[in-house]
Design a binder for this molecule. Structure first.
Ligand code: PBG
Length: 330
């Protein structure tokens, strides 16, 4: 055959492929979600997330040091609040001596260079497992914003670099920005879960924190009145632009793998850094298939992360952060 163009020329061997590769992962791309529980010397594997653990603070500090030493520069901490601290106001969420606030201080003290982006939402503290306050079976927006603003200020006071509101209430970014400016925390940034979908892929995470919506009369069993409909695309752009207009520094798309089209559209529509969250269910699927010998874990992990970056993520929050960073470091 005479072919004017032979596309396979650029794929002939690994040296050529590496010369023309468009997307290169580095440990600097990753953020690690971390789960913190009460106690001392405690390490619990999350049943639906094989190889992933909830640590008490003393062990978490070791884990954070390890993450930093392999090149991971940011964490997203989540805490598991005990049942007796849960109510419908979420008031434990702004307790200056709560587990989150204590953890932020201790981690910043031990590894000051590690960037902390703390989750802001009421679900770990809600007896109903919802991200906001419930009145007459509805998750009420404005009262929730008041609670979340107190929560954000308490995280700022404890020393976070960014707060990461994952609640999807309206107007929270503007409220936090104003509160930070007025209270001496102008240096604290906001990474919003801007396009966060009502996704079944969060199941394992809710196991980790015991934070699933409760099954009770008059309480919605899902988060569809605040998280987005997976069927929608233009709404993701609107949500994201609104958050930026309110003062968000970084915007997130969540989940990642089933939402790469959204990620690309958001990346094209905005001029701030974009992050993507490879969520618990995505991790669980890869782990489960690998445990069955159906997929090669390392190859699948790296392919999924590369594709998330290719789709437009500047930062990837992933439960594979440590494993992937170690693999990249060789
Ligand atoms: C809390 C929150 C959730 C996740 C991050 N922050 C759960 C939810 O919204 O129900 C999910 C993360 C994951 O599944 O890995 N609002």
């Amino acid at each position: 055959m005479y072919l004017q163009r032979r596309n396979r020329t650029l794929r002939r061997n690994e040296s050529i492929r590496s010369l023309v590769r468009e997307t290169i992962l580095t440990p600097n791309d990753f953020m690690a979600p971390v789960f913190i529980g009460e106690g001392k010397g405690e390490k619990h594997e999350i049943p639906s997330m094989p190889g992933y653990y909830r640590y008490s603070l003393d062990l978490m500090i070791k884990e954070v040091k390890e993450l930093y030493s392999v090149g991971v520069k940011a964490i997203n901490p989540y805490v598991k609040a005990s049942d007796n601290l849960k109510d419908n106001t979420g008031k434990e969420s702004w307790n200056p001596n709560g587990l989150m606030q204590t953890s932020i201080r201790a981690i910043k003290d031990a590894v000051p260079e590690m960037i902390i982006m703390s989750d802001v939402a009421l679900d770990p503290y809600s007896i109903y497992g919802h991200d906001g306050i419930i009145e007459n079976g509805d998750i009420v927006n404005d009262a929730t914003i008041e609670a979340l603003t107190k929560m954000s200020l308490s995280h700022a006071e404890a020393g976070v670099d960014f707060v990461a509101p994952s609640d999807m209430m309206d107007g929270r970014v503007a409220a936090f920005r104003k509160a930070f400016e007025e209270n001496g925390y102008s240096h604290v940034g906001i990474m919003t879960y801007a396009a966060k979908y009502a996704s079944c892929f969060y199941g394992p995470f809710r196991d980790a924190l015991d934070s699933a919506p409760v099954d009770s009369q008059n309480i919605p069993k899902n988060k569809k009145t605040y998280q987005m409909d997976p069927a929608n695309r233009t709404e993701a752009i609107k949500e994201t632009l609104d958050d930026i207009a309110e003062g968000a520094d970084i915007v997130m798309v969540k989940p990642a793998m089933a939402y790469l089209d959204i990620l690309r559209e958001v990346r094209n529509a905005v001029n701030v850094p974009v992050s993507a969250y490879q969520v618990s269910g995505e991790y669980a699927m890869i782990k489960a298939a690998a445990q069955n010998g159906w997929l090669d874990e390392k190859v699948t992990m790296m392919e999924s992360l590369t594709c998330i970056k290719r789709a437009g993520a500047d930062i990837i929050s992933t439960y594979f952060a440590k494993e992937a960073a170690m693999l990249l470091n060789g």
